[in-house]
Ligand binder design. Structure first.
Ligand SMILES: Cc1cc2nc3c(=O)[nH]c(=O)nc-3n(C[C@H](O)[C@H](O)[C@H](O)COP(=O)(O)O)c2cc1C
Length: 194
């Protein structure tokens, strides 16, 4: 873990419009803070920030919100990324965050995914488009993601209990994966006598 011993978790809502992804990530935040009070949890909702487009600079050379979002992502041990599906892909706002970060940004980080979408036909978009980017950026990806459809929401609330269970499981899996990575790193350090 970075710096001190407390786990640093970031929950990112990857769109600057709409409400469903925000609702789903806020639910994950609620579960995370209720069950893991010792951990530092930061919510980043891209709707709250004025983000510059990536122009190839190092992430710490940006200013204001762009610098804050990029540095907060870089300091995390685990990131839960919430994203809507736009045109059979991820929104440009989320892609821009990836573009702002270095290629190895997710090395030693656990990354989990929550997707909201209009149609279940796009269930595999995260598998085909989001996971390859995360893998390229060296994330330890939690394999099972939570996919939430329009029918699971009513008036800005998740009304399907199964989605709540799946979000609880995702949060638990995220924490367990960070702890497992920590044990693996300690074993490697022992092996090489660092
Ligand atoms: C520009 C745009 C494109 C979309 N494209 C798709 C799509 O290709 N597939 C899909 O399942 N839903 C699509 N949707 C629906 C959204 O993914 C869905 O409503 C999502 O839950 C919206 O989340 P939000 O309220 O956080 O924006 C699209 C919505 C918008 C606004």
């Amino acid at each position: 873990m970075k710096g001190d011993d407390s786990m640093n978790i970031v929950i990112l809502s990857g769109s600057n419009v709409g409400s469903k992804t925000k609702v789903a990530t806020e639910k994950a935040m609620e579960i995370m803070t209720k069950n893991n009070q010792d951990y530092e949890v930061t919510m980043l909702d891209l709707a709250d920030y004025e983000m510059e487009f990536s122009d190839g600079r190092n992430y710490f050379e940006y200013e204001g919100d762009t610098k804050y979002v990029a540095e907060t992502m870089m300091a995390a041990d685990a990131i839960i990324i919430g994203t809507p599906i736009f045109q059979a892909s991820i929104p440009a706002t989320l892609k821009n965050v990836f573009d702002l970060l270095p290629v190895n940004a997710f090395l030693d980080k656990v990354v989990s995914i929550i997707v909201t979408a209009g149609t279940a036909k796009h269930y595999l978009i995260a598998e085909q488009q989001l996971k390859p980017i995360l893998a390229y950026m060296k994330a330890h990806i939690v394999p099972t993601y939570v996919f939430i459809e329009e029918a699971d929401f009513l008036r800005e609330e998740i009304i399907n209990d199964d989605v709540h269970f799946r979000l609880e499981r995702l949060v638990e899996d995220t924490i367990l994966n960070v702890e497992a990575q920590q044990i693996i790193r300690e074993k490697l350090d022992e092996q090489y006598d660092f």
